[in-house]
Write a protein that binds this ligand. Structure first.
Ligand SMILES: Nc1ncnc2c1ncn2[C@@H]1O[C@H](COP(=O)(O)OP(=O)(O)OP(=O)(O)O)[C@@H](O)[C@H]1O
Length: 798
């Protein structure tokens, strides 16, 4: 949002345009350009009226891109009379018309602004250099696949034939991945601490679970006396707790325990359980009292039980795993982990001194395993807290390290799986929503081409809004609406697809998180849409994920970053980052939800023309082959493919007009849909506001690519189906204050970003004064904007 934008958005307001506005604040440049714009409008109005409105573009669809300003467009206030695209032949009344009169009649509030989709869009600044590449070579060797050599078997790593045959026959896992090969042999052989680092989807969970389960099975054998024959006579649930696995979120701890349970079916006498926030402590205490051998936990809840649950005896714990180490630190669990580690040390030592442990074969020292895909400062810190002389286990190496220290080598650079096909789309703000719909329509056009897609969105309010759009019932268009069918290519009976999937069971009071998507479905390919974010109750989050994973129909999940880490959702073919991630690492975790364990996958990130295009070089850093591995698309390409009518005939120009008109029709119908109900309108406004606030929280190091000053709020509002002027979009009851109404995880998430920003500012301070001044100016600007946007200072993060 440039300064003149700010002034036009917020200062001019609804005042009569003839009245001389006064311009205050901002630099002299801001004031000058705002004055010029007002003068220009006054001149136009002073011209003798012909009874006709301002000449609209003859046909918006047909405008050439070269007519548009190359950089950011000059802003002007526009009314419905500005936009009168020619209705396509045969279209119902209203197709291609603005319907603005009706929207004004319906709302007693301020005038609505209806802008055309295809005019005044900024063009790409990198158009000249960037290639519109084809998808990178599909034959790239997967980097996280199971090993294919006949010599690489689980038994050759030292795993027992019982476990190996269980993996093969019951879990369908034939050969280890590279990280499993390195980790299993190391952890079976030695009792040293270890840092396991490998890319997303490389099988890190089994890499630490397999050796732990085998070692506990071995304890069982050692416990038996020579004449005993039954395995169950060895270790049993009362023998003691031997291993604890810590995961940062409830979803992850649940997922790990599911993998563990499936593994333990070959050693049924070993009992595992979970303790995690969101569950009743009383039932957890009862579970702990009954006895467990392996515990999967979230750090906060475990620390709580260590303080308050007498039955939790940790004196025999000999394996501690810290999974998703970077996330544990980002979510602020450092204190809890420090407390847990020191309690484990203390109780183990006390038991060893009093010689109360009676488990033969129990190792004398505890092995701590830290897992992370990234190697950041905070992981180093976690290593210092928890590891001693750790072995660094990567796909191919195993170097012994100093106390807790983790050496960084070239291979430590966190990158996406090699086989992931990654692209970015340059989409102007106004075209974002229609482009997303076009992309999803195209993605699910053919049954079987894509099973599941995940769309990452920056905040919970925006997830809710887009979920309502995708799941809206096309049959219940307003009765008086002359809206055309939203996407003319859609089959008439596509609005109620026959779903074979059971949506997650939700009680009447619970918000719905799953619904068929009439917009994306076709008669032979029903699409189910899901939503997930941190503001939903935990039980609903769990059931939604379960249902999405189990869905036999193609499905799309709209979610915040709550689903970006560690989650292993089957058959995800496509990840769309509709809002770019708040940091590069978050991006790699998000795209890592596809292309797992050697499978193919695609990812696309939406970027706006201008400073966001700088993000392409950051994307390239996450690829081994650099920018070569990235392909590029433009909004027009997405729209053409998504909105083209299968029956389109005529010249290229006519076809183009066809898809532009259809995209416009769809956009107008969604704007009417939002205007038609106060609750929907509020939802759209809330989503817009939250989105803008979330935009301001990209990590400092990447803020040059996501400069809030460059954001064109008027254009962006269109992508939220809004016709309001941005300065007027205020949502009553929007949660004020940093922590208002947020759950613990959400507060941690906000703190993480703030922490990142503060560190970034400190770094800049060290580098030189100029940067600091600019940052400070930007912060002042952001604060001013937040005030103009309704006064709330935080956003509803997932
Ligand atoms: N040896 C193997 N052969 C085939 N599939 C495997 C193998 N090991 C694990 N998998 C599968 O690979 C998927 C990814 O495993 P896992 O979730 O452990 O990866 P990860 O490295 O922890 O990923 P992330 O970093 O995203 O958390 C799972 O579906 C798992 O069942």
């Amino acid at each position: 949002m440039t300064d003149d934008g700010m002034l036009l958005n917020f200062s001019v307001g609804d005042a009569p345009l003839i009245a001389k506005p006064s311009f205050k604040g901002g630099s002299w440049k801001d004031r000058l350009s705002a004055k010029k714009a007002a003068l220009h409008r006054q001149k136009k109005l002073a011209q003798p009226s012909t009874g006709q409105p301002d000449a609209p573009p003859e046909n918006t669809s047909a405008r050439e891109e070269s007519d548009f300003p190359v950089n950011r467009p000059a802003k002007r206030q526009r009314t419905e009379t500005d936009f009168r695209p020619t209705a396509p032949a045969g279209a119902p009344r209203g197709a291609g018309q603005t319907n603005g009169d009706r929207s004004e009649r319906r709302t007693d509030g301020p005038k609505q602004v209806i802008s055309s989709l295809f005019t005044y869009n900024p063009t790409s600044t990198s158009r000249g250099e960037a290639k519109t590449a084809e998808a990178p070579d599909a034959d790239v060797e997967p980097s996280n696949a199971p090993l294919s050599s006949e010599l690489d078997t689980f038994t050759s790593l030292g795993l027992s034939p019982t476990i190996a045959s269980h993996l093969l026959n019951k879990l369908g896992i034939k050969a280890p991945t590279a990280i499993q090969k390195a980790a299993v042999s190391q952890l079976l052989k030695e009792d040293s601490d270890a840092f396991i680092q490998a890319e997303t989807g490389s099988g890190k969970t089994l890499a630490y679970l397999l050796p732990i389960v085998q070692r506990i099975m071995a304890l069982s054998k050692a416990t038996k006396t020579a004449e005993e024959s039954n395995e169950a006579d060895g270790v049993h649930r009362d023998s003691g707790l031997f291993a604890i696995i810590l995961a940062p979120t409830r979803e992850l701890s649940k997922q790990i325990s599911v993998v563990l349970e499936s593994l333990l079916r070959c050693a049924h006498w070993i009992v595992a359980g979970t303790v995690q926030g969101g569950e009743k402590k009383k039932s957890e205490k009862a579970r702990l009292r009954k006895g467990l051998n392996i515990l999967v936990a979230t750090p906060g809840r475990l620390a709580d039980h260590l303080d308050n649950t007498e039955a939790l005896d940790v004196s025999n714990v000999r394996w501690l795993v810290l999974d998703e180490g970077d996330r544990l630190m980002e979510l602020g669990f450092e204190d809890e982990i420090q407390k847990i580690v020191s309690k484990l040390n203390m109780r183990m030592k006390a038991a060893q001194l009093s010689k109360t442990s009676k488990i033969p074969g129990l190792p004398t020292r505890r092995t701590t395993v830290l897992c992370s895909a990234t190697m950041k400062m905070n992981v180093q810190r976690l290593g210092e807290i928890s590891l001693k002389e750790a072995v660094h286990i990567q796909a191919a190496s195993g170097d012994k390290l100093e106390d807790g220290a983790i050496q960084e080598t070239k291979e430590d650079i966190f990158s996406a799986p090699a086989q992931l096909r990654q692209s970015y789309a340059i989409v102007p703000a106004k075209l974002r929503l229609v482009s997303l719909i076009a992309l999803l329509k195209r993605t699910f056009a053919r049954r079987g081409s894509v099973m599941k897609a995940i769309v990452f969105i920056s905040c919970a309010d925006s997830v809710d809004f887009h979920f309502e759009i995708l799941s809206r019932d096309l049959a219940s268009q307003p009765a008086d609406s002359d809206a055309p069918h939203p996407i003319t290519a859609e089959a008439p009976n596509a609005s109620k697809p026959a779903s074979t999937t059971q949506p997650p069971p939700s009680r009447p009071s619970e918000p719905r998180t799953s619904a068929p998507s009439p917009t994306l479905s076709s008669p032979n390919n029903p699409i189910q849409t899901y939503r997930l974010h941190g503001s939903l109750p935990q039980t609903l989050r769990t059931s939604t994920l379960k249902s999405f994973s189990a869905s036999k129909d193609p499905a799309v999940l709209l979610c915040t970053d709550v689903a970006s880490r560690g989650l292993d959702l089957p058959n995800v073919d496509f990840v769309i980052e509709y809002d770019p991630a708040f940091s590069k690492d978050d991006h790699l975790h998000r795209v890592g939800r596809t292309a797992r364990a050697g499978r193919q996958g695609r990812a696309m990130v939406f970027l706006m023309p201008g400073c966001e295009e700088g993000y392409v070089s950051l994307l390239a850093e996450g690829r081994r082959e650099g920018e070569k591995a990235l392909s590029r698309q433009d909004a027009n390409e997405l729209l053409r493919k998504g909105f083209i009518s299968p029956a389109a005939t005529g010249t290229e120009k006519e076809k183009e007009r066809g898809w532009q008109d259809r995209a416009t029709e769809w956009q107008l119908s969604i704007e009417r849909w939002a205007l038609d109900s106060p609750s929907r309108l509020e939802m759209a406004r809330r989503a817009f506001q939250s989105h803008v606030r979330a935009y301001a929280t990209h990590v400092a190091a990447e803020r040059a690519c996501f400069d809030i000053k460059q954001l064109h709020l008027g254009h962006l509002a269109k992508a939220f189906a809004l016709r309001d002027r941005p300065g007027r979009i205020g949502v009553p009851g929007m949660r004020p204050g940093a922590d208002g109404g947020k759950g613990k995880g959400e507060r941690r998430e906000v703190a993480r970003r703030k922490g990142g920003a503060e560190r970034g500012e400190g770094d800049e301070g060290a580098a030189g004064g100029a940067g600091v001044t600019e940052e400070a100016a930007a912060r002042r600007k952001m604060r001013a904007m937040a005030r103009a946007m309704g006064g709330a200072s935080e956003f509803n993060l997932g």
